[in-house]
Write a protein of this length. Structure first.
Length: 276
């Protein structure tokens, strides 16, 4: 398999299970031992690795866990991560959509404002992890290959605690709910200001204040800012390029609106810091 050859070519060790090579995890426990997948998952990954893509996708679409053909989410995470080595964005997209549907089904319905915040935040965090892993291995994703449901549950609990503590901490800037456009005041404040292009961006004190300001942004805005800092474009005419609009499932206009609101808020926060 091309993706496995790529992983091995990068100098990683691998375990041979059956006819296919399964790349081991990298994250280590406090004891120093590497995380390991369940042996049944390892065997199943090796069996699935030799299937044609269309057949694997058909099985991945099975939602009933009691079905003999059901593929555990741990396996889907493995194949999504491995796809970064074979330069096949179409294959990544097909697996990605299936896994995202599973994640959304696992999250609480937005029956209250807090539930909606938690749902969006957990989903966004998981999307960010997968997006970042496309460029470089992200250790935090390793546990999702060990115990997917438990990893998602722990992420949800962390986000719930944060939501409860910061329920009234920040409010979104005003914008037209029908058009999604920024209010004239916010538009004027945002301007063309980009806090990451500031002349003193390399100053540790400036970076520290900027990081703190990003942390208190509304969820959607901070998520977009983090992805921008990782080098992801908002949109692209190239179908194989992973973009923010694609990762977050929002229109280009919506992403740019949230970006501009975030820039305005960051500019105001940095200006306040300079006056102190």
């Amino acid at each position: 398999m091309k993706q496995l050859d790529g992983a091995l070519g990068a100098g990683q060790d691998a375990h041979r299970t059956g006819a296919a090579i399964v790349v081991p995890l990298r994250k280590r426990r406090l004891s120093g031992e590497l995380y390991e997948r369940d042996s049944k998952i390892e065997v199943l990954i090796a069996e699935l690795a030799v299937l044609p893509h269309d057949e694997l996708i058909a099985r991945a679409g099975i939602t009933e866990r009691s079905d003999p053909g059901y593929i555990p989410s741990e396996c889907l995470v493995y194949f999504i991560r491995a796809s970064r080595h074979d330069d096949n964005e179409a294959w990544f997209e097909r697996l990605y959509r299936i896994l995202m549907r599973r994640v959304l089904r696992s999250l609480p319905k937005a029956e209250s404002l807090t539930d909606g915040v938690v749902r969006d935040e957990v989903f966004g965090r998981f999307v960010e992890l997968l997006s970042a892993d496309r460029a470089n291995h992200v250790d935090k994703l390793d546990y999702f290959e060990v115990r997917f449901d438990d990893a998602l549950k722990k992420m949800r609990l962390v986000v719930q605690k944060k939501a409860w503590l910061n329920k009234k901490r920040s409010q979104p800037l005003e914008y037209d709910e029908e058009s999604g456009d920024l209010s004239p005041e916010v538009e004027a404040a945002a301007g063309s200001h980009d806090p990451f292009a500031a002349s003193d961006f390399d100053d540790p004190a400036f970076r520290s204040r900027l990081d703190a300001a990003i942390e208190v942004l509304p969820t959607e805005q901070s998520r977009i800012i983090h992805m921008l800092t990782q080098g992801f474009p908002i949109d692209s005419k190239e179908p194989d390029v992973m973009t923010i609009t694609k990762a977050l499932g929002r229109s280009e206009k919506t992403i740019r609106t949230y970006r501009d609101k975030a820039f305005a808020a960051l500019r105001a926060a940095m200006a306040d810091g300079e006056d102190r």
